[in-house]
Each structure stands twice: as structure tokens, then as C-alpha cells.
Design a protein around this ligand. Structure first.
Ligand SMILES: [Zn+2]
Length: 261
């Protein structure tokens, strides 16, 4: 049996006693984020509570396709972050802003063609960047944020971490003593020190750009040739757990398109 329930923010109190905890959690997550937060009265939300013919999923599943569907599991520690990210694809047509440091170009966005999504650009005309009106004063386009120096350091750090994990696992399998395990930890911590020092130096030089809008190379799965609006955003990863200003505006515009009289 299907039961459609109205979870619209203005009506949440009425249904709260019989609401599915999962659906309510998702509604709460969505409206904790700007710009959904200040636009929440523009949304109607319905929940269709239907027993699944499938057994409980063993693995988290996720995905979002613009104007089609967004799927996410709700009982995983990363569920909230994943849902907000995937819903960004689904609702506002946002692109992924992340990239893989060893993939310079890819086939997903053909080289030399401006992507349709509002939050990444091929920067074919740097004088007229897609989000020009939001670019912070005095920011160069493209924006040098130390990426070419930082990416190899992060890759090196990743290698050290993987080697450390393997060394620890091997040692435990061989019933190594606590002292041996500690020696392994110390060895890899020492290896990381020069990397940490160089990353700190880069942070001192470029850290002021963290809350600026510019054109930051690395987006749409490609390390080169595609640019995103800001260093951090939910569509790449965000220590502040926020959308960048360009993504926020793209979401606002989508809400306006649906709600304009
Ligand atoms: Zn963004």
C-alpha cells in the first residue's frame, strides 16, 4: 500500500506523529542548507511510504540526474552530505566540481566546448567568465591557488597513508608487538612531515583565497581545462559544509523558475 504524506515545511507539524523518520530526516537536512533554508516556504514535499520488495540494501547507493531522479540511502554516516550533493545535481543541474589529479582531460566534457552546467566552465573567454558578476574584486582569472604545487603533495601523502595501512595490516597479521606497531607509525609520521611543512607554506600563501570567487582549475573530473567558482563547495568538498556562491545562486534561480507567477 502506498501512502502519500505531505512533508511541506509549512505543514510538518501536522504529520509529524505519523511521519517516516527517514523522510523527516531528509527534509530536515535539506532546509539546514542555504539557499534552501531561506527559500523553504517555496517547497512542497510529499513522501510516498511504500514497503520495498527488495531486502534491505547492504551498501550505500547514491546518484542524481538533473530533472529526473536522485537516489540515496538514509542510514549511513555520510548520507546527509551525499544527499545534499546529489540533490544539487538533480534539482539545479549542478556539475561535479571535483577532479582526479591524474586525469588531465576526460571525455565527459569535450575539450573546447563550454559545459552547460552553471558551476563549471572551460574558460574559453577569461574576460567573460560565466559567473563574472560574482567574482571577488581583485581576483585573477584563472585564479592561481597553488594547485600545481599542492596536487603532487596530496598524491604523495595519499601514497604514504596507503603504505602505512598496508605495513600496519601486515605487522598485525604477523602478530607484531605494540612497539613494532609504534615504530611503523613513527616511520610514516616522519615521512609525512616534510609534506605537511610544504602544504602549510602553500596554505599561508594562498589560504586567503578560500572564501573568494574566481576560476579555480580542476572540475568536472578533469584536473586541467575545466574551472570551478571557488576553492570549496558541496559539489567538490567543503570543510564549512556550504555551497559556493555560484551554486547557491543557481539553486535560487531554479526555485524562482518553478515559483515565478
Ligand atoms: Zn559550487
Amino acid at each position: 500500500m502506498e501512502v502519500a504524506q505531505d512533508f511541506s515545511p509549512a505543514r510538518r507539524g501536522r504529520n509529524s506523529a505519523s511521519s517516516s523518520p527517514s523522510t523527516c530526516a531528509i527534509v530536515g537536512w535539506l532546509f539546514a542548507y542555504e539557499p534552501y533554508k531561506h527559500l523553504k516556504n517555496s517547497f512542497n514535499i510529499y513522501g510516498v511510504l511504500r514497503p520495498s520488495p527488495e531486502r534491505a540494501m547492504d551498501e550505500p547507493r547514491q546518484g542524481g540526474i538533473y530533472n529526473d531522479y536522485c537516489i540515496t540511502t538514509v542510514d549511513n554516516e555520510r548520507s546527509k552530505a551525499v544527499f545534499i550533493h546529489e540533490f544539487g545535481h538533480n534539482f539545479a543541474g549542478l556539475a561535479d566540481e571535483y577532479y582526479t589529479s591524474d586525469v588531465a582531460y576526460n571525455d565527459f566534457y569535450p575539450k573546447g566546448v563550454e559545459p552547460l552546467e552553471p558551476n563549471i566552465t572551460a574558460l574559453l573567454d577569461p574576460a567573460h567568465v560565466k559567473w563574472a558578476d560574482l567574482v571577488s574584486p581583485g581576483i585573477s582569472i584563472p585564479t592561481d591557488y597553488g594547485k600545481d604545487a599542492r596536487d603532487p603533495l596530496l598524491a604523495e601523502r595519499q601514497k604514504i597513508r596507503q603504505a602505512r595501512m598496508k605495513a600496519l595490516a601486515d605487522a598485525r597479521a604477523g602478530k607484531a608487538s605494540d612497539a613494532d606497531l609504534k615504530a611503523i607509525e613513527t616511520k610514516y609520521a616522519e615521512l609525512d612531515k616534510p609534506i605537511a611543512a610544504r602544504l602549510d607554506a602553500l596554505q599561508k600563501k594562498y589560504g586567503w583565497l578560500e572564501d573568494k570567487v574566481g576560476a579555480f582549475e580542476g572540475a568536472g573530473y578533469a584536473a586541467k581545462g575545466l574551472y570551478r567558482p571557488a576553492w570549496y563547495c558541496i559539489m567538490i568538498s567543503s570543510p564549512k559544509d556550504e555551497f559556493c556562491p555560484v551554486c547557491q545562486r543557481a539553486i535560487e534561480r531554479m526555485v524562482q523558475a518553478y515559483t515565478a507567477q
